[in-house]
Write a protein that binds this ligand. Structure first.
Ligand code: ADP
Length: 395
């Protein structure tokens, strides 16, 4: 299939899109329709010359927003649509061609991702309505982690909760961990290297990957488990919920809201969820910002150390996501917390590898694990998986 793939990442009030040609070096048309359903809905993005554009979309719904996106594709027609779907449960272990039965199965999985899957399905419904003739492919955030062994994915809970209700660890950011670990293999001329990957953006997760298979990851049943994130707490004592309910009388909704939207970097700093702003504030002496950065970096390192148990050999660590790609400070602090890994950070290379640059930031000692910064490309990976499914070969 040589036609471009339209990659859609649909939220409840937004549609992120990218039109990705078969030639990986071809320019991408990409953008975002946001605040859909509101009076200030808008479409913004980059055209094929890389020029930014933005225009109002008065109160558009998803179908009309997609029509506006199509109008902006400069006459190019996609040959297939690849959808990011957050939760595939245990049913979906790889990219899957969408039909009515697949939509029904994704609906069933919505119990595990009540905020995300229904929104993703709105995008599927809208694109199926607009392009009934095009193949549509679902690419799941969870699928890459379906190779976790039971010792990594089971919680120590009564078996019936797993068997009857699917309560287990699933992991997320799968397309990103898959992309950067594959890329690390290629850049290092290794086949089946053992990598620890750290996706650090607003959402953050780590993974242990060997031979292209995810062996463990920091997120669990939901994307709340694991690292400190922009506004999410990551790991807390499981006794916290009952403590807050009993001592403060908080209802479940409030606990959920605080852990998902009022915690993490924002909660710790009392200032912002944004790492760039925190770094600036910390520099000026803001104690909350300094603490937030310290806790964040220590927890990333601790998670990487824990996940190293899944690998027989550590070939290297890969940093990605907005923070992983752009913050030499965070990378340095994380590496400094892992002296027993024998990592040698090249501080000049670390400082120079920012703003979308791919680069190796270790001192290239032959015995030391590599340190890579690899800008993630979730859209590119979704397009590739879509193309390969339709072309009949596995990625
Ligand atoms: P999302 O998970 O929403 O896709 P991103 O991957 O874009 O988010 O990551 C957003 C985070 O990256 C924010 O905390 C932002 O401050 C951080 N970031 C972006 N650029 C820099 C920078 N130059 N220095 C430090 N942090 C940065």
């Amino acid at each position: 299939m040589n036609d471009p793939v339209l990659v859609i990442n649909c939220g409840s009030s937004s549609i992120k899109y990218a039109l990705i040609a078969a030639d990986p070096d071809a320019p991408r048309l990409a953008g975002l329709a946001e605040r859909l359903g509101g009076s200030d809905a808008r479409l913004k993005g980059l055209d094929s010359r890389g020029e930014p554009f933005e225009r109002a979309l008065a109160g558009e719904d998803h179908v009309r927003a997609l029509e506006a996106i199509l109008d902006g594709l400069e006459g190019q027609r996609p040959g297939a649509v690849g959808h990011r779907i957050v939760h595939g449960g245990e049913r979906f272990t790889r990219a899957t061609l969408i039909d009515d039965a697949v939509v029904a199965a994704i609906e069933e999985t919505a119990a595990l991702a009540p905020l995300h899957n229904p929104a993703n399905l709105q995008g599927v419904a809208a694109t199926r309505q607009l392009f009934p003739e095009l193949p549509q492919v679902a690419v799941f955030d969870t699928a890459f982690h379906q190779t976790l062994p039971p010792r990594a994915y089971r919680y120590a809970l009564p078996e019936a909760l797993y068997r009857d209700h699917g309560i287990r660890r699933y992991g997320f950011h799968g397309t990103s961990h898959a992309y950067v670990s594959t890329r690390a293999d290629a850049l290092s001329s290794l086949e089946g290297g053992g990598w620890l990957t750290a996706h650090l953006g607003n959402g953050c997760s780590t993974a242990a990957v060997r031979g292209g298979r995810s062996l463990d990851t920091s997120m669990g049943l939901t994307p709340l488990e694991g690292l400190v994130m922009g506004t999410r707490s990551g790991d807390v004592d499981p006794g916290l919920h009952s403590h807050l309910a009993r001592r403060l009388g908080w209802p479940l909704e409030r606990i959920d809201e605080v852990l998902n939207r009022g915690s993490g970097l924002l909660g710790l700093s009392g200032l912002t969820h944004d790492m760039r702003e925190l770094e600036a504030a910390a520099e000026e002496g803001h104690a909350g910002a300094q603490l937030a950065i310290e806790v964040f970096c220590y927890r990333v390192a601790k998670s990487l150390a824990a996940l190293s148990c899944a690998l027989p050999r550590l070939d290297g660590i890969v940093f990605t996501g907005g923070i992983g790609e752009n913050s030499p400070l965070v990378r340095e602090k994380v590496v400094d917390h892992l002296p027993h890994f024998g990592l040698g950070l090249d501080r000049a290379a670390n400082a120079a590898t920012v703003r979308g640059r791919e680069g190796r930031i270790d001192g290239r000692h032959p015995a030391a694990p590599r340190l890579w910064v690899i800008p993630t490309d979730e859209e590119g990976r979704i397009a590739e998986e879509t193309r390969q499914l339709l072309g009949g070969t596995a990625p």
